[in-house]
Design a protein around this ligand. Structure first.
Ligand SMILES: [Zn+2]
Length: 269
């Protein structure tokens, strides 16, 4: 089907957006996600995890929801206990699936931000589930975006360094083809996020996690991406870049050993 390029875009309401609370870039002490008693439009609660409608639905033709992940304002996915991270992922994947099953949206995205450069405005750990009425991300994101140099191949799990990244440089793809391996998979996600925060480049504390699926394919696709200023060749010409292979290989070796040491010892590299 021919894509209408003028429809393949999202409109963001900056007039509404400028009133959004911002505890990441501004010195605001009030955290709306700590003030649980005053949260509006809560859809479901499980322990300290809360699924609710976004109070600032800045995107046109979209249904924006959030998952508040914990009651710890300074928590992060990379430091949750493995057990908590798995429960959180189960909750998030379930809600993502639930919105997709509504069948009223063209596509539904599920992602989380962490850090100054990640695009988030609330420091308190949360993820987003956003349903688009007119936008199908599958028109732009293809299975080839998940091909890469192997970092770790396990039973039902593949982790690679993207050879065809969306924007560029270090995009780690994690692919789960056996849903019974979710616990090990989530552990690898945590180790990768932690690696980007603590071992990758000094002073980098920003990353995103994005979740994807493709029609007719039961696998879960995840990208974990450290965030920097976007390179101008992408901004101007949409050219993604990758690093020279020696640099990439050093990255692969280091992340692989972190995954092997801290991850499930039964996986083979
Ligand atoms: Zn908070």
């Amino acid at each position: 089907m021919e894509q209408d390029p003028l429809k393949h875009i999202l409109e963001y309401n900056l007039d509404l957006g400028k009133n959004k609370p911002d505890t990441v870039h501004r010195d605001e002490s009030y955290c709306p996600f700590c003030d649980v008693a005053n949260l509006k439009n809560v859809i479901e609660t499980r322990g300290h995890m809360i699924w609710l409608e976004n109070a600032f639905p800045v995107l046109k033709d979209s249904w924006q929801t959030l998952i508040i992940e914990t009651d710890d304002c300074d928590g992060d996915f990379s430091t949750y206990s493995r057990e908590y991270a798995v429960k959180l992922m189960q909750f998030g994947l379930e809600k993502w699936q639930q919105v997709k099953a509504m069948d009223t949206f063209k596509s539904v995205v599920f992602y989380r931000n962490h850090g100054y450069m990640s695009g988030g405005t609330i420091h308190h750990p949360h993820s987003q589930i956003v349903a688009f009425k007119e936008y199908d991300y599958h028109e732009d994101i293809k299975p080839y975006h998940f091909t890469g140099k192997p970092i770790l191949l396990g039973d039902g799990i593949e982790i690679n360094l993207s050879l065809r990244p969306i924007i560029g440089f270090y995009e780690v793809n994690l692919i789960l083809t056996d849903s019974t391996k979710l616990s090990a998979f989530v552990n690898y996600m945590q180790i990768t996020a932690s690696y980007f925060m603590r071992c990758f480049v000094r002073f980098n504390d920003s990353y995103n996690i994005f979740f994807y699926d493709f029609p007719g394919d039961g696998a879960l696709y995840v990208k974990i991406i450290p965030r920097f200023l976007t390179n101008p060749l992408f901004v101007g010409y949409m050219v993604p870049q990758i690093t020279n292979s020696a640099h990439a290989q050093r990255f692969i070796n280091r992340l692989r050993s972190a995954l092997m040491i801290k991850g499930n010892p039964n996986q083979r590299p």
